[in-house]
Design a protein around this ligand. Sequence first.
Ligand code: HEM
Length: 341
Amino acid sequence: MTSVGFVLMSYVFFFFFLSVGRCQLQTGFYASSCPNAESIVKSEVSKATQQDSRLPASLIRLHFHDCFVQVSATGQFVESVFFVPQGCDASVLLDDTSSFTGEKTAGPNNNSLRGFEVIDTIKTSLESSCKGVVSCADILAIAARDSSVITGGPSWDVRLGRRDSTTASLSGANSQIPSPAFTVNQLISAFTAKGLSAEDMFTLSGAHTIGQAKCSSFSGRLFNNSGSGQPDPSIRQGFLKSLQSACPQGGDATALQPLDVATATTFDNQYYSNLLLGRGLLNSDQVLSTTVGTARNFVKAYSSDQSKFFSNFAGSMINMGNISPLTTPNGIIRSNCRVPS
Ligand code: HEM
C-alpha cells in the first residue's frame, strides 16, 4: 500500500472506531446481564453519603476527570493495533505501581480527587452479583448521576456500555483538565477540545454548586491576583475578608472552603447567583459572570431559572459521558478498578 493509501486507511479506521464508540452506549445496557446494576450503585452511593456528605461532589468530579483525559486526539499505533482516543474509560481509577504510572499524581488530581474507596465497594458488590459484567467506567457514570439526585439535583437516564482501559495518561491528565486560573476563552477551548460546547462548559461548571476546594486552588486571588499585589477586584468585600481569614498567606494550603458559599451540600442554582454577587470561589467560576458576553448571559439565565439549569445539566452530563468511551471490541471489564487487568 502507498503511504497515502495507508494514511487514508488509518483515518477510515480511526473515524469508524470513534463513531462506533459514540453510538454503542445505551440506556438499560445491563437489563439482562446485570439487572440490579444501577440499584446496587445507587444503594452504595446512598450508604456512603450518610457517612460523608461531601462524597457526591467527589464522585461527580471523578467522572469528569476520567472523561476529560484522552490519549492523543489523532490516535496512535501500539503493537499494530489502532487505538482510539480513550475518554470515559476509568483510567483515573488506576493505581500507580513500580511498572505502571496512572493519573492519580497529576497536578489536578493529586491529594484532591476522592471517592476511590466507595468505587471499590460498589465494584465488590457488583462483582458478587454479576461477575465480570459491569465496567468501572460505567460505575463512575451511574454514581455521578446518583450523586446529583441524592443532593437534590436532576436525574437522567445514563447511557451505558463503556469498557475499561488498560492504560492511563499522566501527561494527558496534566494537560487536558482545565485549570482554575483559566479565562473564559481558555475554558471554552478546553471543552471544545473534547467535543463539548461552550454551553456545556457554562452548564457543567454548575457542578460547583456542591463540594469543596483547597485554599491552594484559589488563594492566588486573595492577596496577589495575577502578580498585581492586590486581591482580585471581582471578589465582593465581605466574601474576600472571610476567605482571607480562612486561607491566610503562609497558612494551611489544604484547608477547605465550599465551592458554593450559600448552599454547600445542596445541588441547586445558587452557584450562579453567587457569581452575580462576586461570591465565586475559583477564578474559573467568577470569570463566567465578569466576562461580558454569552457566559454572563447563561449565568443570569440559570440564576433565575433552576429548572432550565437542571435540564441542561442532565443533557451536558450525557454529552460528557459520551467522550470517546471504549466499547466492544475495545477495552476490558476490570475486576478491580485500581488494576489494569
Ligand atoms: C470548567 C472547568 C473546571 C475547573 C477549572 C474546575 C476546577 C476545580 C477545582 C480547582 C476544584 C477544587 C479542587 C481542590 O481544591 O482540591 C474543583 C472541585 C470540584 N469540581 Fe471542578 N472544575 C471544572 C469543571 C468541573 C466539571 C465539569 C465538573 C463536573 C461535571 C466539576 C465538578 C467538581 C466538583 C463536584 C468539585 C468538588 C469535589 C469535592 O468536593 O471533592 N468541575 N474543580
